[in-house]
Ligand binder design. Sequence first.
Ligand SMILES: [Zn+2]
Ligand SMILES: [Zn+2]
Length: 144
Amino acid sequence: MGYFPYECMECGGAYERCARGCEPGEGCDGDGSQFCWEDEVICIPVTLQVQKKTYSSTIITQIFEKIKDKPLSGTYNGTGDFQLKITKETLDNDETLFKEFQEMEDNKWPSSIFVDEDGANDLYNCIIVNVWCKSCYSVDEEDE
Ligand SMILES: [Zn+2]
Ligand SMILES: [Zn+2]
């Protein structure tokens, strides 16, 4: 599978600017490239896309209700998926749901659960997110 950058809502992402600090003569020369994304991101879940009804999709639906429109910090893996930090507090201190989330992470959590719009496809249950480089995100976004 190939690597590709995400599109940041603010700067446009790695094709628009280098977030790796490449020096002249190495990497992208500072202009940005396929590999110059910022690892740390902020994602806001916007849409739930359930393609297959499974036990997991019930949990995903419950989790989505809790995290929709909330800015969550996370990291980008380079292939379209984001690993987001979800805590008990994120899930409104719902102990049961948090336990189920942890179990899913280990076993059943689909790898494409958090994707940007381009990464979504017909085969997987996924949560589509708006993405910012961590350094591009400002709290003003929450007021929109
Ligand atoms: Zn950015
Ligand atoms: Zn670069």
